[in-house]
Write a protein that binds this ligand. Structure first.
Ligand code: UTP
Length: 277
């Protein structure tokens, strides 16, 4: 049974300053919808309806977004403007939303450990909402593909994509044995390697399915690169002790944590999604 998904959203979003000075980067809109809503919709599509956010200071707008705004609802009820609330109303009706805080930015591994109480002893999804993933036409969302795979293999799964050599040092990178089309059993993982040290061109993107033993592993993982507790290091331990799969997903991913990726995603969604609605 997998029904929960964790959204670590405690980051400062420094690359988007000054826009992110008093507003969470996850609330920046791609056309007319905040980034984080795309991630939550992907999670709901995958059947992960219990959404847990690991937030930080200055992130209250995220909690407000996934709640009813009575004044606004009352003001536009019955008018032609009500249609603009359809997508968020559907999300609020389908999901349940819980929040916890990461008091200090100690890395993604630490953010996930902070979500332990929300998750308990169950497998769960993780979405980094600054990676916007778009399904192929008539295809399934990336998390939906990963949940199906999890039901088959019952172990942690990381989504990967091939990236050019000059980009590789921005990512966690895996090496593994192919066990099926687009599926690898991970035997090496390095966080942000120099191009000459990268074990492959397969980079981890912001979608994971994790088994709950990861929490204890993270607790015993010392800070790594940039003095942060790296999820990649914990996953490497999990891969050594048991099994971690890497899945080359179908679809497109935009790095909306960078300005260039954000603009690319905006153009793509405007032309291929918004204009078609
Ligand atoms: P980033 O590396 O993109 O960091 O984090 P950031 O702070 O959000 O953005 P920049 O680099 O300052 O512009 C990747 C994801 O992990 C979360 C972030 O919120 C983001 O979704 N994260 C990272 C945490 O929640 N806590 C952490 O300690 C680190």
């Amino acid at each position: 049974m997998i029904s929960k998904c964790l959204f670590p959203v405690a980051g400062y979003g420094t690359r988007f300053l000054p826009a992110t000075k008093s507003m969470p980067k996850e609330m920046l809109p791609i056309v007319n919808k905040p980034l984080v809503q795309y991630g939550v919709e992907e999670s709901l599509e995958a059947g992960l309806h219990e959404i847990g956010f690991v937030t930080g200071r200055g992130k209250r707008a995220i909690a407000d977004h996934f709640d009813v705004s009575y004044e606004l609802e009352h003001q536009i009820a019955g008018s032609s403007k009500e249609q603009y609330l359809t997508s968020i109303r559907e999300v609020i009706a389908k999901g349940s939303f819980s929040f916890t805080r990461q008091s200090e930015m100690r890395g993604l591994g630490d953010a996930i450990l902070n979500g332990r109480r929300l998750i308990g002893n169950q497998p769960f999804g993780v979405v980094l909402s600054d990676d916007l993933c778009v399904a192929d036409e008539d295809g399934e969302g990336v998390l939906t593909q990963m949940v199906k795979l999890f039901k088959q293999f019952r172990c942690s799964i990381v989504a990967v994509q091939e990236v050019p050599e000059d980009q590789i040092s921005k990512f966690g990178v895996i090496a593994g044995n192919p066990i099926k089309d687009n599926i690898y059993q991970v035997n090496e993982m390095v966080e942000k390697p120099a191009p000459e040290d990268a074990p492959s061109n397969l980079a981890i993107i912001g979608r994971y399915i994790l088994t709950p033993d990861i929490f204890e592993i993270i607790e015993n993982t010392p800070p790594g690169k940039n003095d942060e507790v790296q999820l990649t290091d914990a996953l490497m331990t999990q891969a050594k002790n048991g099994c971690v799969l890497a899945y080359k997903f179908k679809g497109r991913r935009f790095d909306c944590g960078s300005v260039a990726g954000f603009v690319e995603a905006t153009n793509f969604v405007y032309e291929n999604v918004y204009s078609q609605e």
